[in-house]
Ligand binder design. Sequence first.
Ligand SMILES: Nc1ncnc2c1ncn2[C@@H]1O[C@H](COP(=O)(O)OP(=O)(O)OP(=O)(O)O)[C@@H](O)[C@H]1O
Length: 668
Amino acid sequence: MPATELDTELAAERTHLESSRAALRRMRDRAESLFATGDKVAGDSYTAEQLGRHMARRVKELADDPDTPLFFGRLDIEESAYHVGRRHVTDDAGEPMVLDWRAPLSRSFYRASVRDPQGVSTRRRFGFVKGELTSFEDEHLDRGEELGTSSRILTAEIERPRVGPMRDIVATIQPEQDELVRADLADSICVQGAPGTGKTAVGLHRAAYLLYLHRERLRKSKVLIVGPNTAFLSYISTVLPTLGEVEVQQSTLDDLVDRAPVRGGDSVAATAIKHDVRMAEVLSRSLWARIAEPTEPIMVSDGSYRWRIDIEPLRRIVDEARREGLPYAVGRDRVRARVVGLLQRQSEYRTGNSPSDSWLRRMSRIAPVTEFLERCWPAVTPESLVVALLTDPSTAGDLLTGAEQEAIRWVRPPRTVKSAKFSPADLLLLDEAAGLLERETSFGHVVVDEAQDLSPMQARAIARRSEHGSITLLGDLAQGTAPWATTDWRDILVHLGKPDAAVVPLTVGFRVPEVVVALANRLLPALGVNVPEAVSLRRDGDLAVIGVAEPADLDQRTVTEVTDALAHEGSVAVIAADPAVQRLRDRLDAAGIEHATPGDVDSGARVTVVPATVVKGLEYDHVVVHEPADIVAAEPKGLNRLYVVLTRAVTRLSVLHSKPLPEPLTLS
Ligand SMILES: Nc1ncnc2c1ncn2[C@@H]1O[C@H](COP(=O)(O)OP(=O)(O)OP(=O)(O)O)[C@@H](O)[C@H]1O
């Protein structure tokens, strides 16, 4: 395109941007004035509140962030041009000025190709600098032109320095990612992706897409995002709000099951047993074993009347309720209701009247009925069930070996259920027990990130919350660091209750430069998992492996490396085995270098010191790894941990060591 023509086009696009911004402002003003008058037009206070909430959300959704471009692409289809952006913008007549990226038509922005142009003659991508439209890039699909991953704008987006929390990728979603983002709500999928292939990004955009397409349904049933720790959740916390989605629940696994305060701990062996799927059966058996055959009739004195229910009908009631396969507490309520029903029938027969509600209530609480229930279908709480099991694990019978029973046995059982000191793993048992007693409410859709680390019991906790919904499972088997981390996705999918979910690979890496990927990939054969290697889109990037002769100099050398890194743009992370973290923080303090903790996304500090155990899912421009041998030695799956650590760098990786490097790394 000649320079003058280019200028004219650019000017026209800027004008469209300005008028779209003005239109969005008007949409927001209208929403605000409706918000202000909402309580006057609503008939009652409940409607007013509902309307108020809806309008408040609408006003929020329509907020314009001057630093975020309102549109990032354009599709020319037949004679019309459609701008594609983060949300719909319409003019005063309701005509679209910007299409939401999730709208059906926008799909072609991500998927149209020369082979399958989908009616698109030209696809245009816009380049922005701080919300200012500065350039564009055209692909004339009708003339066989296609840029794919060589798009300059895509490259710039991938290579931009990282600061602060994660950003959305709406402008540059790739076709294979888009296919996952736009999968049907009914489809559960599992994404196996090497580090930096955009799994987290895909999961978050899929949540936003589903909310757009099934707004009413998912507003009721809700969407849940599960991440490994709070540092990770704060890192991703701003992505959905920038996409206009403010109503998604985000939780760590621990928070999902926090029914009781954690006041105790476990041995490594006990933890492993409590995460084992056999515990589900152990709990189930010990719960249902509490049901006993009725051996006495129920006799009730009711004023001048005497009611009696014989053993046989009571047996039938208990057997029938068992066969119905209901959760335990629901079954108990049903037994009580049926017993009261029999009393009611006797009363009706004898008195000729229907008993009142208060009579029914009295009968359901009357001592003979309650005593029968306590004998045959006793009241149980999750806490009482777990406390009983850990006090006397022999109730597990042949499901656990004698040694396993001893490993989970409480040395000092609590005197009361209330005073029990539960460990983090006990919370999973409590959650399982609660699921046996009552049904969990199911979310409409659950996204689980870093899912390779789910234990069977954790997977079951999620299964209970997605029984009637679908899931997006994201992970990388090579990054599995939990003792129970699986080497086969099917295992987890079975525990999640979605055994038939498709496992889809993502292999194009957007984060880690080629040289760094090559180093990390040396570890792959030693990790015992069968996963495709990542192909990096990034040809830039540096790698330095620095041996420090004197161990006592390593910390200081790390500080020097950080100082050098600060001469470049972007974020810097020091990643070390957990015990070294405080020492390194003190060193940085002494050197006057401001630094933050992971998860503190509001901190202005460019340097973060990150314990190796919480670095999953995070990324930094320059990563300084401190003593890989210590990171590996710190835990049984230390090599997997090192693989995670080495794949956090966006542009530069410095590996500092005074001990020999772990063996697989030295092989070339
Ligand atoms: N299509 C894309 N366009 C631009 N950037 C992208 C794209 N896909 C992913 N990225 C960027 O690549 C980086 C890695 O993405 P993300 O964190 O989602 O990967 P991941 O597969 O979850 O990685 P890990 O396994 O290490 O947790 C992020 O900065 C993300 O914004």
